[in-house]
Ligand binder design. Structure first.
Ligand code: NAD
Length: 287
């Protein structure tokens, strides 16, 4: 049997329709949802990610603004600019595009954004809900984990009692994702670069989620023999001039179902961000 491809597109189309409708509702009340991305420096990968966000933002009728700051900006000047955005009532969602430059590395970036405008869902005020066990995906929660759980849900893949191995423990993906999966009753192993015998863990998993950032990282030897495993590929890598994920074609072929790259987790992340923008705007309008 051929593995099923868990493409984001049908769900993204549905969500865009719903978000366009909610955006229209806000505009009828005199408020155009407005996203502001702060980019420090000119990292080319960051510029590509920002373009994707702008495209979907404008497609649903929201306003998009990019504020670029030099890589050499002093922390104090950065904080003063950010403070203006935090207080500006015409800005409803703020993203500080990561990674930031060396001059800002000492700052606690996730907690600098006004929690009401924190559409990345990284501020401690918002992530707290994850640690207290929420399953409410309408909250301002981190976008990649939220997108992955929504995609699994859309394809009718239950997490209840499932063994899930998440590889990669970053603040934006692995850490919040592992806790959110646990809130949905999965049994989660959070693996990382110091994990021993990783293949033994993945071979026993029902779902393997790779957020490592290395092309072909997951070979077919990471999988069990019975072709009943689901593979979620978070990786975005460039290999031979092509965009690839972390999961090899051999592993995909041996799976029950997998998310493609491109067209899987990436678009789910972007649409979750736009959903957070609309939710944040609705919350701010309510006051
Ligand atoms: P990161 O780059 O900060 O860290 C990589 C993680 O991989 C670390 O936790 C490390 O411990 C783990 N790792 C590295 N080598 C390993 C090994 N040999 N065995 C096991 N674990 C290992 O993580 P990130 O920021 O979450 O990014 C990971 C990948 O996901 C990147 O390719 C990034 O571009 C991509 N990404 C994609 C999306 C999306 O929307 N699709 C969103 C965020 C990140």
């Amino acid at each position: 049997m051929h593995p099923k491809i868990l493409a984001a597109q049908p769900l993204v189309t549905e969500l865009k329709k719903e978000l366009r409708h909610r955006c229209e509702g806000l505009k009828n009340r005199g408020v155009t949802p407005s996203m502001c991305v702060v980019l420090v420096g000119d990292n080319p990968a960051s510029l590509t990610y920002i373009k994707n966000k702008q495209k979907v933002c404008e497609e649903i009728g929201a306003h998009f603004k990019l504020i670029q700051m030099p890589a050499s900006i002093a922390a104090q000047d950065f904080l003063s600019e950010l403070n203006k955005l935090n207080q500006d009532p015409s800005v409803h969602g703020i993203i500080i595009q990561l990674p930031v430059s060396e001059s800002l590395k000492a700052l606690n970036i996730p907690n600098l954004v006004n929690p009401e405008k924190d559409i990345d869902g990284f501020n401690g005020v918002n992530t707290q809900a994850i640690y207290t066990g929420t399953t409410n995906l309408k909250l301002l929660l981190p976008c990649t984990p939220k997108g992955i759980i929504n995609l699994l849900n859309y394809y009718g893949i239950s997490l209840d009692g499932k063994n899930v191995v998440v590889i990669g423990r970053s603040l934006i993906v692995g850490k919040p994702l592992s806790m959110m999966l646990s809130n949905f009753n999965a049994t989660v192993t959070l693996a990382h670069s110091k994990t021993k015998n990783l293949k033994q863990l993945t071979q026993l998993a029902d779902i393997i989620i790779s957020a490592v950032g290395k092309s072909e990282f997951i070979g077919s030897d990471f999988l069990a023999h019975h072709s009943s495993q689901i593979l979620i590929d978070v990786g975005i890598n460039s290999f031979d001039g092509k965009l690839t994920g972390d999961i090899s074609k051999e592993a995909q072929d041996k799976s029950l179902a997998f998310t493609p790259v491109p067209g899987g987790v990436g678009p789910m992340t972007v649409i979750s961000l736009i959903e957070n923008l609309i939710t944040a705007t609705e919350n701010q309008v309510k006051g």
